[in-house]
Design a protein around this ligand. Structure first.
Ligand code: FAD
Length: 514
């Protein structure tokens, strides 16, 4: 028999649930194994996938192909299929021509992905071909952490308690796929859209990124950024492949995790793990992240040790699980409905294009917000604290529909991920599960004072403000005065704050109260 591993958002060999299951089955049945990955640019664009994330996937695939071949003796076929419908057709033909009797993959939890998998299951069943999917994206699978009534938690803290308790009780095992002996390749009738040699994979991936960049340019999706600069930053910051991802985890645990509780809130420090880009495309296993953190805790404190910094980091991994569990529980979120659906009816969101453009381009006149947006546009990454500050500014100070911001983030972020991004936006807009109460609105000036007291982050991204004293940058009133006519910095090419935070806050609260 011949089996097929279908890679999606799990671009790694280590602890890959489907890959291990398939290789073990192949060993038992004495079967051959091949692997496939689909480049689906039309679908990516429909999902607002950023250029830097597409590039990250494209940089990862040749590495995945090589490690698969070297370590497991499996050939990776990379196939270009614009949309999910094309994947279904190609997989069906591939299976029929090569007598493939089983495909395995790891679950994806978004709407089009689920539809695609269900259609494929039906299609393959006609030929008696099995399509088996495994839970792999979370540390603990969706629907495994529920209340006593077997429903999904609405609030994070009790979810987290149960999640931690379950992990304490059940030891997680990392999966290790065995190599396939005497493997031979399937007949693919390779064409330009389907390749399997290293050189061809590299070249197909490179062309796909160039074409995607052009498509986005034509669609004016890159109008606010210098895409070459963003690509360069992302390539430097995120070397591709699972080895690089695991080294990043090791480095973080050796150097930064012990100061995480405080360091994580200081954008200029870069003291967080920077693993999200890898977790999003699956080049690192979330279970490995948890286990390594857990080990570090044991090393420091013994068996029943507790460490605030490490616990805090583990709780962030739990947020990632939480938002995926929420999405599985409430699949309509994928259509960008508010979690608290009454907010869609009650709140009169604004759709002012000029205000939105000022936010996108970092021209709001609020230094922390502008610096954050410039960092996103230049690097394809934004620090978590700043994601909250910018998202609150858009949805509360400007009262703009959170869906506009959600989409802009997806289009820029290297770690863009539906569940976490939607969760983060709805948290900030007070429309989501366990979100910020609507009356607790972050003041972007006080946030600057607390989290960037020396204005290091602000001045890195807005060098034109280098001569303004920090105390002025962190006070709306002082900044307004010094930038206004007759003020000390009136000649600077930097806008006045576009709204008065106090007034905007009152308006937002009134709108929510209504
Ligand atoms: P660390 O602080 O080292 O955390 C470790 C890991 O935990 C992260 O890599 C991430 O996988 C997970 N994590 C941390 N915080 C959160 C969180 N609040 N929610 C869910 N998972 C979390 N994260 C994404 O991965 N993709 C997104 O598209 C995304 N969009 C966001 C949008 C908004 C408005 C907000 C407020 C948050 C968003 N986040 C998103 C969560 C968070 O900002 C990033 O995961 C984090 O900044 C990544 O940096 P890091 O890897 O250094 O994180």
């Amino acid at each position: 028999p011949h089996y097929l591993m279908w890679f999606r958002r799990d671009l790694r060999l280590h602890d890959n649930t489907a890959l291990t299951a398939l290789c073990e089955k192949a060993a038992t049945d004495n079967a051959q194994v091949s692997a496939v990955f689909f480049l689906t640019p039309k679908q990516w664009q429909a999902h607002d996938m950023s250029l830097v994330q597409v590039d990250h996937i494209a940089r990862t695939l040749p590495i995945l192909a090589k490690t698969l071949q070297d370590q497991l003796n499996i050939t990776l076929i990379v196939h270009s299929a614009p949309s999910f419908a094309d994947c279904i057709d190609t997989l069906t033909t591939l299976c029929q021509k090569n007598h493939i009797s089983c495909i395995m993959a790891n679950h994806e939890y978004e709407g089009n992905e689920i539809d695609r998998d269900e259609q494929l299951t039906k299609q393959l069943a006609k030929d008696d071909i099995e399509f088996v999917r495994w839970h792999d994206q979370c540390i603990l699978p969706p629907q495994s952490i529920t209340t006593n009534d077997d429903t999904m938690y609405q609030v994070f803290t009790p979810f987290y308690k149960k999640w931690r308790h379950t992990l304490d009780v059940d030891e997680i095992q990392l999966h290790d796929a065995p190599a396939i002996k005497d493997n031979h390749d399937i007949d693919l009738q390779l064409s330009k859209t389907s390749v399997n040699t290293m050189k061809e994979i590299e070249s197909l991936c490179k062309n796909t990124v160039e074409d995607y960049q052009k498509t986005l340019q034509d669609a004016e999706a890159l109008q606010h950024i210098d895409s070459e600069e963003q690509l360069k930053h992302a390539r430097d910051a995120y070397p591709a492949g699972e080895k690089a991802a695991c080294q990043q985890l090791e480095r973080f645990i050796a150097e930064d995790i012990n100061d995480y509780d405080v360091g994580r809130d200081v954008p200029s420090l870069n003291a967080t793990s920077q693993l999200s880009a890898y977790l999003t495309i699956g080049t690192i296993s979330p279970r490995l992240c948890y286990l390594q953190a857990h080990k570090a805790q044991e090393k420091l404190h013994g068996n029943d040790g507790d460490n605030e910094d490490i616990n805090r980091w583990i709780s962030e991994l739990a947020w990632r699980d939480f938002y995926r569990h929420v999405l599985v529980d409430k699949p309509e979120l994928i259509r960008h409905q508010a979690y608290k659906d009454d907010t869609d009816k009650r709140i009169n969101w604004s759709y002012g294009d000029d205000d939105f453009q000022a936010w996108c381009t970092g021209k709001t006149g609020v230094p922390l917000v502008d610096a954050a947006m410039k960092s996103l546009n230049t690097t394809g990454f934004m620090h978590n604290r700043l994601r909250m500050v910018t998202a609150m500014f858009l949805t509360k100070d400007l009262l703009i529909d959170w869906r506009w911001g959600e989409r802009y983030f997806m289009q820029q972020l290297i770690d863009g991920d539906f569940a976490s991004n939607n969760g983060g936006w709805q948290w900030s807009a007070s429309t989501g599960t366990d979100s910020a109460p609507y009356f607790r609105i972050m003041n972007p000036f006080s946030q600057g004072k607390t989290h960037d007291p020396d204005a290091i982050f602000i001045k890195t991204w807005l060098p034109e403000l280098k001569d303004i004293p920090n105390s002025t940058l962190h006070s709306e009133e002082k900044l307004r005065n010094s930038l206004s006519k007759g003020g000390k910095f009136a000649s600077l090419d930097y806008p006045l704050p576009m709204v008065e935070h106090k007034k905007a806050r009152e308006l937002a609260i009134a709108e929510f109260k209504k």
